[in-house]
Ligand binder design. Structure first.
Ligand SMILES: [Zn+2]
Length: 246
């Protein structure tokens, strides 16, 4: 997990960091026109301070958040950061049920943001006594979600099969050929799959295969933790999963 900190350094060097004051503080970076990446942090027992990536896609001055920060506090800060720039966050999508993806759902709902997750993610959140998303995506092997019904957002949600978790989805942003992998995709510096207790490491390689086939033209691949890269991140994740069964 110490590697994550090295990766964060790489990330900072790659992109101009728009908002970063000290270690552990929410950071927001414009990575492309109308596309922002944020990094939030939480102290996780046994791992120390863990950064997690999320995205905000903008259309017509309205934002859709892909994954929430870990905490209510950082979620509030993120909304305020965009409000200051006259951007209203109108919806969020959590790509699986863990805290680094769904921890801010309750706060977002109170703030009037439309929260989305798959039916399976909501089921897992409910089982663990966590706040569920208000709107559910239908779960099938070929989920496509072209529009939120608000603004002009072009987001495609794809359920590749189990991997990091049984409910993980990836998000395709066609305008920038960006594939947001969440925790389903590891950074190139990751030497292991990380926390897999809720996942399926046997299914992961073939689930990754589905994503490689479908989004072979991805120009940017964003993992759940650490630095972004290209489609080699998918291959790397697959190899990490395969090495477990060898
Ligand atoms: Zn997770």
């Amino acid at each position: 997990m110490r590697l994550i900190f090295i990766l964060l350094t790489c990330l900072s060097a790659t992109f101009a960091v728009a908002h970063q004051t000290e270690k552990g503080e929410l950071a927001v970076t414009e990575i492309s026109n109308n596309l922002y990446q944020f990094v939030s942090y939480a102290k996780v027992e046994g791992y120390g301070l863990v950064p997690a990536n999320g995205l905000v896609s903008i259309a017509d001055g309205k934002g859709v958040m892909i994954d929430t920060p870990w905490t209510d506090n950082d979620t509030a800060k993120l909304l305020a950061w965009f409000r200051k720039r006259d951007i209203e966050i109108i919806a969020s999508l959590s790509t699986h049920f863990h805290q680094d993806r769904a921890g801010g759902i309750g706060f977002l709902q109170q703030a009037g943001v439309r929260t989305y997750a798959s039916k399976q993610t909501n089921k897992l959140l409910l089982e663990r006594g966590k706040t569920t998303a208000k709107f559910e995506l239908a779960v099938n092997p070929q989920i496509r979600w072209q529009s939120l019904g608000v603004s002009r957002h072009q987001l495609e949600i794809f359920f590749p099969g189990a991997g990091h978790s049984t409910d993980n989805v990836v998000v395709w942003l066609p305008e920038t050929s960006t594939l947001y992998g969440g925790c389903f995709v590891k950074s190139s510096r990751s030497t292991h799959l990380g926390y897999t207790a809720d996942g399926d490491t046997e299914a992961w390689p073939s689930s990754i295969e589905q994503v490689m086939k479908k989004y072979s033209d991805a120009k940017r691949v964003i993992p759940g933790h650490g630095a972004s890269g290209g489609i080699e991140l998918l291959k790397h994740t697959q190899q990490l999963a395969l090495s477990l069964s060898q």
